[in-house]
Write a protein that binds this ligand. Structure first.
Ligand SMILES: [Zn+2]
Ligand SMILES: [Zn+2]
Length: 279
């Protein structure tokens, strides 16, 4: 599997020179399977660039939405394959009582928030609730589970040929649990992330910022490190950067993350998510 980061920011896009290093687009990660399948994690504004790159040559894409907060769906309407009559796009998302995924997304892709309705999209597009049991897209096995955030939110684990990537962009596992001592079954997302090859995890706040934002659905750096340690992730990518953090601030957090990670006795790689990065 090849993982490419197209949007690493949380909450709202951040244009401007001060964010150009890490990138200002909101959450979007491309996973290209060994068999060529394109699986896209979230449809933040980063999906626009991805769509431009694969337009015309990608005839099938699956978009896995963790949840429907705007920073994870805002780019959907700008994803070029959705306008390609030759393309088949399946959008997967969390189930909800009473409203289908299509109906919920249509609250954004409809008048007055959008110039287009979903029926105007040219591709063969379908909307699917994520199943409870693991399922396959091509050779990739996918597992999803509800995780701790604001509103129904999924985390994902994609596995192929003994390697895996776990994606938990909006996640506050420390809410109500001590990550150092809690039993694994009581830690949100642990079952998805355990021993994963690559863990992409929320680290929106510096520790000093977290106190006033407890319960907002995101992790402090310290909690992201504690979660990664408990799950024994083999490569950690810190993700969903706060819009208030410019490149210099993210450099500082990244240096602190590396120092603390190694002080905890970990020898595995850790990095700050950066737009354009491929793993
Ligand atoms: Zn988010
Ligand atoms: Zn969210």
């Amino acid at each position: 599997m090849r993982v490419k980061l197209w949007g690493v920011r949380g909450s709202i896009p951040v244009p401007g020179a001060a964010a150009a290093g890490y990138g200002g687009n909101t959450s979007c990660v491309q996973v290209t399977a060994g068999d060529g399948h394109e699986i896209i994690l979230d449809a933040g504004t980063g999906i626009r660039g991805l769509g431009g790159e694969i337009a015309g040559r990608c005839r099938r894409a699956d978009i896995l939405l963790t949840h429907l907060h705007l920073d994870h769906i805002q780019g959907l309407l700008f994803f070029a394959p959705l306008f390609d009559p030759e393309a088949t796009v399946t959008v997967w998302g969390p189930p909800a009582a009473g409203r289908t995924l299509r109906e919920r997304l249509a609250r954004y892709i409809s008048n007055p928030l959008s110039p287009l309705e979903i029926r105007d999209l040219g591709a063969r597009i379908s909307f699917r609730d994520v199943p409870v049991a693991p399922w396959r897209i091509g050779d990739v096995e996918i597992r999803a589970a509800l995780v701790s955030h604001r509103g129904p939110t999924l985390g994902y684990r994609l596995a192929e040929d003994g390697t895996s990537v776990c994606y938990l962009p909006d996640h506050e596992p420390a809410l109500g649990e001590d990550l150092a001592t809690a039993a694994p079954d009581w830690i949100s997302g642990h079952g998805l992330a355990r021993d994963t090859s690559v863990l992409i995890h929320d680290a929106q706040y510096a520790d000093r910022e977290y106190g006033a934002r407890r319960g907002w659905g995101h992790s402090s750096l310290g909690d992201a490190l504690a979660f990664a340690r408990r799950t024994e992730a083999r490569h950690v990518v810190l993700f969903h950067h706060d819009p208030e953090h410019d490149d210099a601030g993210l450099d500082t957090i990244g240096d602190e993350a590396a120092r603390r990670w190694h002080e905890l006795g970990n020898g595995t790689p850790i990095e700050m998510a950066r737009e354009g990065r491929t793993i």
